[in-house]
Design a protein around this ligand. Structure first.
Ligand code: NDP
Length: 251
């Protein structure tokens, strides 16, 4: 990565929302981006188009996550698009949405949540590792849910705590190769897909009232933090969870 131009990146779940913004931002920084999606081919095509319109290069790759062979399918698609070039930046962004509080989540829903949010990123890292050069970057999107103790998001918060621990431990393993491994924890972030959630009367006001910077986050707010961690300027940061929430619930 250091000093090499023409970096490459994989962003999972880049058909919309925060993943789309990360893909666009990394492309604006000059990376060729593989835009992963699960089912929304039109959304992924929209991300690719936006990147190309801005003068960048991107490819869409489909892989359903949370099923057997998911990481292998994804990385086979990525390797094909990169045709022998390394993968400089891996961003694990795709995740299933929060499930409800204790007593409302079935075992099947719980297993699915862990399969998409924990098992998939773990094996994506494993499968991506042969493509990652020394000095590469692994960034996984967590959530402020890990420190907020919100009972409505217990199982979801558990999945995000798992990827924070994954990042910290893998940082120790991969540091010898100059690969940094970090997590980024967004707060309440308004996207095209979840915009209505914040229309619930009083919710947006309650959240902004608990946010030091006094507004909801945007996907670009998070993407800029990811781009920083992906850059050479962040070469001395590893094993960290970087909060990108505008200071939500600072106490
Ligand atoms: P969205 O729900 O808007 O988008 C999720 C993306 O992940 C989509 O591109 C979707 O692709 C993909 N995806 C989801 N499940 C699967 C699956 N089983 N297989 C393949 N792809 C899948 O998410 P956001 O943009 O809101 O969030 C992005 C990340 O940020 C997530 O990790 C989320 O937990 C985290 N986060 C978000 C917050 C927020 O307020 N928005 C707050 C804190 C954390 P497709 O539709 O094509 O299947």
């Amino acid at each position: 990565v250091n000093g090499r131009t023409g970096r490459t990146a994989l962003v999972t779940g880049a058909s919309r929302g925060i993943g789309r913004a990360i893909a666009a931002r990394l492309a604006a920084d000059g990376a060729e981006v593989v835009v992963h999606y699960g089912s929304d081919a039109a959304g992924a095509a929209g991300t690719v188009e936006a990147i190309e319109r801005a003068g960048g290069t991107a490819h869409a790759v489909r892989a359903e996550l949370g099923v057997d062979g998911d990481a292998e399918t994804l990385l086979a698609g990525v390797a094909e698009r990169l045709s022998g070039r390394p993968l400089d930046i891996l961003v694990n962004n795709a995740a299933a949405a929060p499930a409800g509080p204790l007593g409302t989540t079935s075992r099947a829903e719980f297993d699915r949540l862990f399969a998409v949010n924990v098992r998939a990123p773990y094996f994506i890292v494993e499968q991506a590792l042969p493509l990652l050069p020394d000095g590469g970057r692994i960034i996984t999107i967590s959530s402020v849910a890990t420190r907020m103790a919100n009972p409505a998001q217990t199982s979801f918060a558990m999945t995000k705590a798992a990827v924070e621990t994954m990042s910290r431990t893998l940082a120790n393993q991969l540091g010898a190769r100059g690969i940094t491994v970090n997590a980024v924890a967004p707060g309440a972030t308004r996207t095209e897909a979840n915009g209505d959630v914040f229309e619930v009367p009083g919710l947006a006001a309650r959240i902004t009232g608990a946010t030091a910077l006094d507004r909801l986050g945007s996907a670009d707010d998070v993407a800029d933090v990811v781009a920083f961690l992906a850059s050479d300027a962040a070469r001395w940061i590893t094993g960290q969870v970087v909060d990108a929430s505008g200071g939500l619930f600072l106490g």
